[in-house]
Design a protein around this ligand. Structure first.
Ligand code: SAM
Length: 315
């Protein structure tokens, strides 16, 4: 089956399987945000279980991030390495692969991409201010100790402010990887329209694009250099209950920064509620999305139906 069958569609299925049907050297950009499953009770997680909703349960007794298990990181690496190998195959030479990540799992994600054959070009940082602290007080455990009430209270006083090691997270890393170019940068760009960045795409107060991005007003200096305009409150769509929706503006920025071809195809193999596809369509480009969850696909299709494909102006 050729990519044409998938063009401008959100496909239901497991990425690893679906990607095998794509033509090699056919995709201009991959921009994605994969699942991690790190907080799940099930230590034997593997990608076949992803679609099983019984597997979606977060550990209730612990704040997310507490169910720390090294094996999960290794399994994630192995799975994402297979995904990355497929992505490497389908991308055009010189084309970029951007993936959102988490500070805690970045090393596994990037090693998986690197070991699949990509060149790691950079690490973008998406800064934000609104996030819940997840560190947990130990009072609950002190209450269960076989000691007197007085001793418990003394311990609580003594340990006041000391919590589990989860610093409040205020950024998300986004790896920028590149499929090696066939020849020189110039020859690759002439042949495939991939592998260079468009430095006329500005952020903040008309600034040269940098590897820091933010959608929050943080302080005037950061805003001046790195602020991408805030997402419209309605941009998620009324019925969008996906838990990890990304800002369209950041996706649009990354697409504009790296896409030269008027008919570029932007692929998101973990498309969720469709943000990458919405950004690509708004910019007048082609998209392909994949997700295992039919509910998310419906949300993505609804969002996509509300935007009309614009005509790219400067390419
Ligand atoms: C972090 S979310 C992406 C959210 C998306 N960026 C958005 O803005 O809505 C990851 C998505 O990957 C999907 N997923 C998990 N395993 C998958 C697999 N093996 N193949 C395709 N999609 C998968 C999940 O259903 C989830 O919607």
């Amino acid at each position: 089956m050729h990519n044409q069958n998938y063009l401008n569609k959100i496909i239901l299925g497991d990425s690893l399987e679906i990607l095998k049907h794509f033509d090699e050297n056919s995709i201009d950009l991959v921009l994605t945000d994969p699942p991690y499953f790190l907080d799940k009770m099930d230590n034997n997680w593997n990608y076949n279980k992803v679609a099983d909703t019984r597997n979606q349960q977060i550990v209730k007794s612990l704040p997310s991030g507490m169910a720390f298990n090294k094996k999960l990181g290794v399994e994630f690496y192995e799975w994402f390495n297979l995904i990355s190998a497929e992505i490497l195959r389908v991308l055009k030479p010189g084309a970029f692969f951007f993936s959102f990540s988490s500070p805690r799992l970045y090393h596994r994600l990037v090693s998986a991409i690197d070991d699949a054959g990509f060149e790691i070009r950079d690490n973008f940082i998406w800064l934000y201010t609104l996030n819940q602290p997840k560190a947990m007080s130990l009072n609950h455990f002190i209450d269960k100790m076989a000691i007197s009430e007085g001793e418990k209270n003394a311990l609580k006083d003594q340990f006041k402010g000391w919590k589990t090691p989860q610093i409040k997270s205020c950024y998300e890393p986004i790896v920028m990887a590149q499929k090696p170019v066939d020849n020189t940068f110039l020859k690759t760009f002439i042949e495939y329209g991939t592998g260079l960045i468009n430095t006329e795409v500005k952020v903040g107060n008309n600034m040269f694009p940098a590897n820091v991005l933010t959608i929050d007003d943080i302080n005037p200096l950061i805003d001046k250099y790195f602020l991408i305009s805030k997402p419209n409150k309605r941009e998620k769509g009324e019925n969008n209950h996906h838990k990890t929706v990304k800002p369209i503006e950041i996706c649009e920025h990354i697409i504009k920064l790296t896409s030269f071809n008027k008919d570029a195809v932007v692929l998101d193999p973990f498309v969720g509620s469709g943000t990458t596809a919405v950004a690509a369509k708004s910019l007048g480009l082609n998209y392909i999305g994949i997700d295992t969850n039919p509910e998310y696909i419906q949300i993505a299709d609804e969002r996509l139906s509300q935007i009309s494909k614009s005509i790219p102006d400067s390419k």
